[in-house]
Design a protein around this ligand. Structure first.
Ligand code: AMP
Length: 511
C-alpha cells in the first residue's frame, strides 16, 4: 500500500482536528490533506511520473511536509536534503540520484548555481515564501505560483505497491562517497506501525517537534508517528532550551523526541529557569540517533523525574529497538528490546552468531530494512548477508534480550546527532594543495557527544595558517562536518601495515 493512501484514512477521520501548529498558524487535518493534494496536482501537472526522484532542500516548514507527502502520494521518490549542504554536496546528490526536480530557495540556488549547471535534465522550483523568479533556464517557477495554477480537485491514484521506493536518504559512506538508502513504502509503514504500538501513540497526543525534517528521526519517526495516531504536532523551526521548557507546559505536550545533545542543553538550562515547568501532561521523553550517556539519563531523571526512553535506529532500517513503555523498565545505556517485526542477532567477524553478553556486530532483519543503496550494487551486496543487514554497530544482547550498544565497527563520528564519516572530511582537507595527509577523528564532547577534529601533516615548505584549512572545509562541507579544531603533526602515525593509528591521535588530544 502507498503510505499516503494509508494516512489519508486519518485525514478523513480527524478532519476538523488540528494536525500542525507552526508559528501563528494552525492546520487542521482536512486543510493539511487539501494542501498535499494540491501539491500532488502540481507535480502531476508538470509531468512528474512514478519513480521520478525529487529533491527537497527547504527550511523546516509545513510546505516541506505537503511536498514530501505529495511526492509519495503520486508514487514518486522524495529525496530530503539538509539545507546546510554546500554546492559540491548538492551537486553530488542530484547527479548520483539523477533527480528530475529540485525544490530550493532562491538564496540557496544562488550559492550553488554554478555547481549544478551541468545537470541539464534537472528542473528547479523556488520555494521562497514570497513570489520569486529567476533567469536560470532550469527554473520552472515559484512553488506558490505553480500550486495555484494547477487544476483543483485532483484525485491521486496512489500508485505504488509496498515494495516501491518512497524515499532515498543519503548517508555518508566509509569511502567518502555518500550512499542513497532506498526506503520503500512498506519499510515506512512497518516501522510506523511498530512504533505506534511500542510507544502507545494516542490521538490525544501532542508532540513537540524540534528536530530537522530532512532526517529520518524528525520526518519518519516524529511526523509519521503523529499523523498515524491522528495526533497534533507543535512544530518549531529551531531548538531553544528555554523555549522548549516553556512550550512543554504551555502547549500541554505529551511526547517529546530529541537527540542527546538537545537533552544535554535542556539539562544545562534547567538551573536558569525562572520557575519549574509543569510537565504533568508529558508521558514520553524519547532519545535517539546517538548514544545517551548514563550521566545524561540520570541527570535528567534527577531534575524532572522522567526516565528518558532511548531507542536505536538508522537511516537504512528505521527504528530497530526501543526501551519499554513502562518507565521503571527503561535502563540507561541499553537501547531496549527489538521492536515488533524486527529481528536482531549479534555476529562475530566470521559470521558466527554469538550468545548472550558476547559483543559483536549487530545484524538486523525485518520489514523495516531498506531495499539497498541506489545504483550501488556492490555496496548493497557488502551490506547484506542472507537477508540480514550488517549495521556496523557493535553491541550485545543480555539474557533478557535487551540490546546494549558498545561502540561502532564502522568509522563514524556522531556529532549532535549528525553522522560524519572521516573519509569525506579527509578528502576535502587533502584537496588543499598544502596538505600532505590528514586523519579525522571524533573526540568526546559533553555537548555534541563527539566533535570533529583533524590532524594534518603539511607538504614541506607549504605550511598555511590552520584557519585557512577550516575555511577551505567550510566552503565545500556542511558546517556540522567541518573540523572544530585542526592540529599539525610532523606525520600521521601508522602501524607496520600502513594503517593510520587514530587511537594514538585521540590520545594526543586528551587534556
Ligand atoms: P543515522 O543513519 O543518521 O540515523 O545514524 C545511525 C547510527 O546512529 C547508528 O548506526 C548508530 O551508530 C547510531 N545510533 C542511533 N541511535 C543510537 C542510540 N540510541 N545509541 C547509540 N547509537 C545510536
Amino acid at each position: 500500500m502507498n503510505l499516503v493512501q494509508l494516512l489519508s484514512q486519518n485525514f478523513a477521520r480527524y478532519r476538523h482536528k488540528p494536525v500542525i501548529i507552526f508559528g501563528e498558524r494552525t492546520w487542521i487535518y482536512q486543510d493539511f490533506e487539501r494542501q498535499v493534494t494540491d501539491y500532488a496536482s502540481m507535480l502531476h501537472h508538470i509531468g512528474i511520473k512514478p519513480g521520478d526522484r525529487i529533491a527537497i532542500q527547504m527550511p523546516k516548514s509545513v510546505e516541506f511536509l505537503f511536498l514530501h507527502l505529495a511526492i509519495l502520494s503520486i508514487g514518486a521518490i522524495s529525496l530530503p536534503l539538509n539545507p546546510d549542504y554546500r554546492g559540491a554536496e548538492i551537486a553530488y546528490f542530484l547527479a548520483d540520484s539523477t533527480s528530475n526536480l529540485l525544490f530550493t530557495t532562491s538564496d540557496r540556488l544562488a550559492q550553488f548555481q554554478t555547481e549544478i549547471q551541468h545537470l541539464s535534465d534537472l528542473k528547479i522550483i523556488l520555494t521562497d515564501r514570497h513570489n520569486s523568479s529567476s533567469s536560470d533556464s532550469h527554473v520552472l517557477g515559484s512553488l506558490i505560483d505553480l500550486v495555484s495554477q494547477s487544476p483543483q480537485g485532483f484525485i491521486p491514484a496512489y500508485p505504488s505497491s509496498g515494495g516501491d521506493i518512497a524515499m532515498i536518504c543519503y548517508t555518508s559512506g566509509t569511502t567518502g562517497r555518500s550512499k542513497g538508502a532506498m526506503i520503500s513504502h512498506r519499510n515506512l509503514i512497518a516501522n510506523m506501525e511498530a512504533l505506534h504500538e511500542a510507544w502507545q501513540w494516542q490521538e490525544r497526543d501532542r508532540l513537540l517537534h524540534v528536530l530537522p525534517l530532512f532526517h529520518v528521526h524528525g520526518l519518519n519517526v516524529a511526523v509519521l508517528g503523529c499523523l498515524y495516531a491522528g495526533a497534533t504536532m507543535i512544530m518549531v523551526e529551531k531548538f531553544d532550551p528555554n523555549f522548549v521548557w516553556r512550550a512543554l507546559e504551555k502547549e500541554q505536550i505529551s511526547v517529546f523526541m530529541a537527540v542527546p545533545t538537545i537533552y544535554q542543553r535542556l539539562i544545562n538550562s534547567w538551573q536558569g529557569l525562572a520557575s519549574i515547568p509543569d510537565l504533568s501532561k508529558v508521558r514520553l521523553f524519547i532519545s535517539g540517533s546517538a548514544p545517551l550517556s548514563d550521566r545524561q539519563f540520570n541527570d535528567f531523571e534527577k531534575l524532572t523525574n522522567f526516565r528518558i526512553l532511548e531507542r536505536y535506529g538508522m537511516t537504512e532500517t528505521g527504528m530497530n529497538a526501543s526501551n519499554p513503555i513502562e518507565p521503571e523498565l527503561r535502563l540507561p545505556k541499553s537501547v531496549g528490546f527489538p521492536l515488533k517485526g524486527v529481528e536482531i542477532q549479534i555476529v562475530d567477524s566470521h559470521g558466527k552468531t554469538l550468545g548472550n553478553d558476547e559483543v559483536g556486530e549487530v545484524w538486523i532483519r525485518g520489514e523495516n530494512v531498506f531495499q539497498g543503496y541506489w545504483q550501488m550494487l556492490d555496496k548493497t551486496t557488502e551490506a547484506f548477508v542472507d537477508g540480514w543487514f550488517r549495521s556496523g554497530d557493535l553491541g550485545y544482547l543480555d539474557p533478557l534480550g535487551r540490546l546494549h550498544l558498545v561502540s561502532r565497527a564502522k568509522e563514524l563520528i556522531i556529532t549532535g546527532g549528525f553522522n560524519v564519516y572521516p573519509k569525506e572530511v579527509e578528502n576535502v582537507i587533502e584537496s588543499h594543495e598544502s596538505v600532505k595527509e590528514s586523519a579525522v577523528i571524533g573526540i568526546p564532547d559533553q555537548d555534541f557527544g563527539e566533535k570533529v577534529v583533524a590532524a594534518i601533516a603539511f607538504h614541506e615548505g607549504l605550511q598555511v595558517p590552520l584557519e585557512d584549512l577550516i575555511k577551505h572545509c567550510k566552503s565545500s562541507l556542511a558546517p556540522y562536518k567541518c573540523p572544530k579544531h585542526i592540529f599539525e603533526v610532523p606525520e600521521i602515525p601508522r602501524n607496520a601495515m600502513g594503517k593510520i593509528q587514530k587511537h594514538l591521535l585521540k590520545l594526543s588530544t586528551a587534556p
